[in-house]
Design a protein around this ligand. Sequence first.
Ligand SMILES: NC(=O)c1ccc[n+]([C@@H]2O[C@H](COP(=O)([O-])OP(=O)(O)OC[C@H]3O[C@@H](n4cnc5c(N)ncnc54)[C@H](OP(=O)(O)O)[C@@H]3O)[C@@H](O)[C@H]2O)c1
Length: 281
Amino acid sequence: MTILVTGATGNVGRSVITQLLEAGASVRATSRNPRSADLSVDVRAADLEKPESFGEALEDVEKVFLFPNPAGAHGFAELAKAKGVKHIVVLSSQAAAHESYGDSPVRTMHLAVEAAVERSGIDWTFLRPGGFATNTLAWAHTIKQEGLVRLPFPDANVNSIHEADIAAVAVKALLEDGHVGAAYELTGPESIPERRQVELIGAAIGREIKLVELGVAEAKAQWAAHFGDFADEKLLDSMVQMYEQATARPADLTTVVQDLLGRPARTFAEWATDHKTDFTA
Ligand SMILES: NC(=O)c1ccc[n+]([C@@H]2O[C@H](COP(=O)([O-])OP(=O)(O)OC[C@H]3O[C@@H](n4cnc5c(N)ncnc54)[C@H](OP(=O)(O)O)[C@@H]3O)[C@@H](O)[C@H]2O)c1
């Protein structure tokens, strides 16, 4: 049985591949740039914006770990069905689980991908993680260069999840029976404010990190620079709204990682220790 991992060069996909190989699975990966993918498996060129590019990569594939791309999801799912794929595990988002996200782009794009897979008739499992701990890698540059982090909403509460925990659940859903039709809302084990995350990164690297508070307009400009063309005014406003809500109350937590894996989800302190070279090297 061959399992195809898309988004294989990403934080989650890379860990999915590592853990599938550890479990002895037969793995194929895709990347838009296979030559620079740096993966120790068969990597094929394919682009989810052009689903037809997956023709070769999907040959003899039984299961897929799908990176969410709303533009290509329908075409991909139809092609996967035609090629005989039996099960797709979708990397979705906690936003897909909560109507409170309204019509925010983060909710609508993940729901679109889920719907495309569901419509294809292929068995599915949806992984709906909360905020990734890897989001804090965006702070690495200023931590290394200036010893500080600039934050607009330092008291915003997050439920950051370790990418290896999302991947562990994906691997379980891919290799074990009993996960078809499940939508798993995955979070880290704790609700903590971003200012605490800054402290925990400081503790991991043995260096005090200064926190500089940004105004909302400065924050929008920073996000716009980070997200590029993707960041229209609607997305930026929805991000402000999400941060305001996150400041007003604790982050939503689930025990799904522990329930499925039989051990606690990794804490942010563990993540920071695992990633300390990202903030120093
Ligand atoms: N950050 C969060 O807090 C959060 C929370 C919930 C859900 N999510 C979801 O998780 C995703 C990020 O996952 P990640 O951190 O593992 O990824 P990542 O590290 O940001 O890497 C992006 C991956 O997406 C692949 N990719 C991008 N565009 C593609 C395309 N057109 N066709 C095929 N592959 C494409 C890239 O592959 P190549 O460059 O090799 O082609 C790469 O492997 C988000 O986009 C979001 O949908 C994120």
